[in-house]
Design a protein around this ligand. Structure first.
Ligand code: ATR
Length: 279
């Protein structure tokens, strides 16, 4: 006979291809332990070809999962296959968090929440100038742009090597978002209180260009969504030039909060013990 406790076990996943480097099992495992919840959270490696079948089994209830996180390369397909994507996922055309509710698959995107919650935590007042420069126009910059626009940042300048990609984001996100080529970086930084690196420059020890941050507003904060290394070359330069810096690890930790709450029913906090564990 089955152990009666198993009836109430809640299981959640992170799926991607590959997925073995994901830190999410560590994060959710920490919170499950902290709350003493008899649930599980585990990595499920699923290829692109197998992803629709994986979602089908989730919807049918045969997978044993209540929901989970979705990472590269499945975020767009997860959005498309969901029954009830929310407004955030709809605008981004991508979802990183799924859950079953009343027999329907719901989807949201928590990357933007992770970004702003990390800044609120580490540098309150980051939005005081109402101006931001976003360096890079790839997938990662979308959620950042959406989140700061929704928080009332009224002038968002996207600077990118391939200016057409920045223009595509300006078209997508409306009149508060402006596109510029890299040559305009210094000019658009003038009087800005928030600088965000969303490019892969400096990731995993790669070369990064020298940036002169001096046109930024005094008291400005520079942040990076890359967290390996924790202090990226672009952050180290900003710190040396006297600006406040916020690393990207907190974004990863905070984006996990809404999903945990959906699946396991408790709102976890991002504490020092978690940061130390995931670093
Ligand atoms: P992600 O989805 O993680 O954001 P991406 O879509 O590959 O990844 O985007 C990477 C970003 O880093 C882009 O803005 C890219 O600029 P381009 O759109 O011009 O490719 C930027 N990037 C990567 N390498 C770069 C480099 N050597 N110099 C300047 N920008 C770079």
């Amino acid at each position: 006979m089955a152990d009666s406790r198993e009836t109430f076990l809640v299981n959640a996943f992170v799926t991607g291809w590959p997925v073995k480097h994901s830190r999410s099992p560590l994060i959710h495992g920490h919170w499950l332990k902290q709350f003493g919840i008899a649930g599980s959270y585990r990595a499920e490696a699923v290829t692109e070809a197998d992803f629709p079948a994986f979602i089908k089994s989730l919807k049918e209830g045969s997978s044993g999962f209540r929901g989970g996180n979705v990472t590269i390369p499945h975020k767009e397909l997860a959005f498309k296959l969901a029954d009830r994507p929310d407004d955030l996922a709809e605008e981004l055309g991508a979802s990183n968090t799924l859950w079953m509710e009343d027999g329907l698959l719901h989807a949201t995107n928590t990357d933007g929440h992770g970004f702003t919650a990390n800044l609120d935590d580490r540098h309150p007042g980051w939005d005081r100038t109402g101006r931001a420069v976003i360096f890079g126009a790839g997938g990662a910059s979308r959620a950042v742009i959406q989140a700061i626009r929704d928080r009332g940042v009224s002038e968002i300048h996207v600077v990118n090597r391939t200016v057409s990609r920045a223009e595509e984001l300006a078209d997508r996100f409306g009149s508060k978002v402006h596109a510029h080529p890299t040559e305009a970086l210094k000019e658009v930084m003038s009087g800005t209180g928030l600088f965000v690196n969303t490019t892969s420059l400096g990731m995993d020890g790669s070369e990064a260009p020298e940036i002169d941050y001096s046109p930024l507003a005094s008291g400005a904060v520079v942040t990076d969504i890359v967290y390996v290394p924790l202090k990226t070359p672009l952050l180290a330069q900003a710190e040396a030039q006297g600006f406040a810096i916020v690393d990207g690890l907190g974004m990863l930790l905070h984006q996990a909060v809404p999903g945990f709450e959906k699946w396991f029913g408790r709102r976890p906090v991002v504490d020092k013990a978690l940061r130390d564990l995931v670093i």
